[in-house]
Ligand binder design. Structure first.
Ligand SMILES: Nc1ncnc2c1ncn2[C@@H]1O[C@H](COP(=O)(O)OP(=O)(O)OP(=O)(O)O)[C@@H](O)[C@H]1O
Length: 301
């Protein structure tokens, strides 16, 4: 009996020691590999994901001879929020605009490389950008509702893309888009009033509803909260969290706090190079590249 008792306690103590060793193993960071030096420009981190929604490979953006985005390779996952951060002029917006060919409207801009959705390179000149921009919607820095009624702001897209069978169908799209954008309860009684009469935060949600109404797969957001107060910003951030159940979201933001709050992965750009991309928590707490560390600790930009 005593033998059994001793053995049990012996086992118990051994187990406790082992648990402590395991615990130590789990909580103490492994000795980090040396941080990548500033001169290195090859992207480090988690560039690829399983079953990506968009696959960017060697993307370059030039404005005349200015090389604004340099050989960027990056996957955007399904149901993923990817934040793009970096100092002013590092190429975040230029890269974002590649994802729905918005750079086409800039005369001196040229984009090279592959941007693949459903095995199709959307950067080929033969691609029709109208249906592409329905699949990859965009929300801009400044809310830009059409000078039309709230209803028409949403109904316009589905109507021109032929997404509604009839008037009832169109009405359903309008209601469900406003619901998904978290605006329905605030505007249900005034759908015929101008969208421009809404507050800034409501206008931005109207623009999100407008993007949703044409059934996109991806929503691009270029500093969507920079014109909003903290309360309206929090509403949009919560909304993003809900929307990623249905869409992939790529957001350019100047706010590291916002990137940390909303995104699953964060991409850090520097002078046109994608320096590092990784799980958001890791990038902000244990960056792999010296330039990322400089930026997040406020030593640069
Ligand atoms: N139409 C243009 N013609 C010439 N150069 C341009 C044009 N648009 C952008 N650039 C340049 O390309 C570079 C990248 O600009 P971009 O707007 O993509 O950077 P960003 O990181 O989004 O900057 P910000 O955070 O200030 O908005 C910058 O040097 C910018 O001056």
């Amino acid at each position: 009996m005593s033998f059994v008792f001793d053995r049990q306690w012996g086992d118990h103590n051994e187990r406790r020691k082992q648990e402590r060793r395991n615990h130590t193993k789990k909580t103490v960071e492994p000795i980090a590999a040396a941080i990548v030096p500033r001169e290195e420009r090859k992207t480090v981190g988690v560039v690829f994901v399983d079953d990506p929604r968009i696959k960017c490979c060697g993307v370059n953006v030039y404005y005349d001879d200015k090389h604004a985005v340099k050989n960027v390779t990056l996957d955007i996952g399904r149901h993923e929020i990817v934040a793009m951060i970096g100092p002013s002029g590092c190429g975040k917006s230029s890269f974002l605009r590649c994802l729905n060919r918005m750079n086409d409207s800039i005369d001196n801009c040229r984009v090279t490389g592959q941007i693949v959705m459903d095995e199709q390179n959307i950067n080929e000149t033969s691609i029709d950008v109208v249906p592409l921009r329905a699949r990859v919607g965009m929300v801009f820095q400044k809310p830009n509702p059409f000078p039309k009624s709230i209803y028409e702001n949403i109904a316009f897209g589905p109507r021109i893309h032929g997404l509604a069978k009839d008037k009832t169908d169109l009405q359903e799209i309008v209601v469900s888009s406003l619901q998904k954008a978290g605006l329905w309860s605030e505007v249900r009684d005034r759908l015929d009033q101008p969208g421009t009469n809404l507050s800034g935060g409501q206008q931005q949600r109207l623009c999100i509803a407008r993007a949703i109404a044409i059934n996109p797969e991806v929503i691009l957001m270029d500093e969507p909260c920079s014109a909003l107060d903290p309360i309206a910003t929090a509403v949009i951030e919560n909304l993003m969290n809900e929307l990623c159940a249905d869409y992939s979201i790529v957001i350019v933001t100047h706010s590291m706090q916002q990137a940390a709050r909303v995104s699953h992965r964060t991409a850090y750009f520097h002078l046109g190079d994608l320096i590092e991309v990784g799980k958001t928590e890791q990038l902000f707490t244990r960056p792999l590249h010296q330039l990322t560390e400089d930026y997040i600790t406020g030593r640069f930009g």
